[in-house]
Design a protein around this ligand. Structure first.
Ligand code: CU
Length: 292
């Protein structure tokens, strides 16, 4: 995170070093914010989207506060193998599995919307597959207990309205119907509730249970899902209710699948609201120094 080189050093024999001086800046990141999940990636002008698309990102950087009862060793929240980061991205692939990179200016969806003075700008990458932690439509086998998922929207352009849909999508092609205009999907089965406990800014003032959670680009959602009441073999699909226009069925409305394993059910502990901050955590900003 420090020592960021602003300009590349010229290759030996190309340009005299006086033309391209190497300038560095040290950024001090004290990590004093409220406990949360951070996301970092390179921001080189003009190719940021390609870095993201290639997966050159840090997606599971957690700020934890041992003095916070929710982060302490006796926290009632799921931990260890039951706390799992889910980094959501979207990609487009050639049939041989290679990445189909975002179109350049003037290509698909780019030209009409690009500002005329922005040669790097690309409006849309036309990604049509959802990936979680680098895999398209993965399955996660889960025990019959509660999990904590640290969800990050790490795609360049894809928005998410996430919902858990009870059922086997592979066996039931009508489980996640797409709307007539092609812009949204829904769960035709039973919606499994999820409990949101935190966001980009840290823990919420209290856990809140919803039927879906919306996260925009780079946003995070800290959610709990209780699998303890489901029978072994139950399948639950994580679907995205938005952003599917123009793509074939199964393309961007399906995110991943959970399969409940045969295990002793563990009822999650009730969460005492007093453990949660009265409002999204205290914020203290430290002036950072730069040697620019
Ligand atoms: Cu960024």
């Amino acid at each position: 995170m420090g020592g960021f080189a602003q300009r590349a050093q010229p290759l030996a024999g190309s340009l005299p070093s006086s033309v391209l001086a190497v300038v560095t800046s040290d950024y001090d990141m004290p990590n004093q914010q409220s406990p949360t999940q951070l996301f970092y990636h390179d921001h080189v002008m003009g190719v940021t989207r390609i870095g993201l698309y290639s997966g050159v990102v840090g997606t599971a950087y957690f700020i934890r506060d041992p003095n916070n009862p929710l982060d302490a060793s006796n926290s009632p929240l799921p931990k260890g193998q039951f706390e799992i980061p889910l980094a959501l991205t979207s990609r487009r692939f050639y049939t041989d599995g290679n990445l189909d990179f975002p179109p350049d200016r003037g290509s698909l969806n780019a030209g009409a919307d690009s500002p005329p003075d922005q040669p790097y700008w690309s409006y849309n990458e036309a990604a049509d597959e959802n990936l979680v932690n680098g895999r398209v439509w993965p399955n996660l086998n889960v025990q019959r207990q509660e999990y904590r998922f640290r969800v990050l929207a790490a795609a360049n352009a894809q928005l998410y309205d996430l919902q858990l849909c009870l059922g086997d999508w592979n066996a039931n092609s009508n489980l996640v119907p797409i709307s007539g205009d092609g812009n949204s999907a829904s769960c035709a089965g039973t919606v499994v509730p999820l409990t949101i406990i935190g966001s980009d800014g840290g823990y919420l003032p209290a856990p809140q249970t919803f039927t879906d959670v919306q996260i925009g680009i780079t946003e995070r959602a800290d959610i709990l899902v209780d699998f303890s009441t489901f029978a072994a073999g139950t399948k639950i699909v994580l679907i995205n209710k938005v952003g599917i226009a123009g793509h074939p069925r199964g393309s961007t409305e399906i995110v991943m699948q959970f399969t409940v394993q045969d295990s002793t059910p563990v009822t999650p502990p009730a969460l005492n609201p007093a453990l949660f901050p009265p409002k999204p955590g205290p914020r203290s900003f430290t002036k950072t120094t730069s040697s620019e």
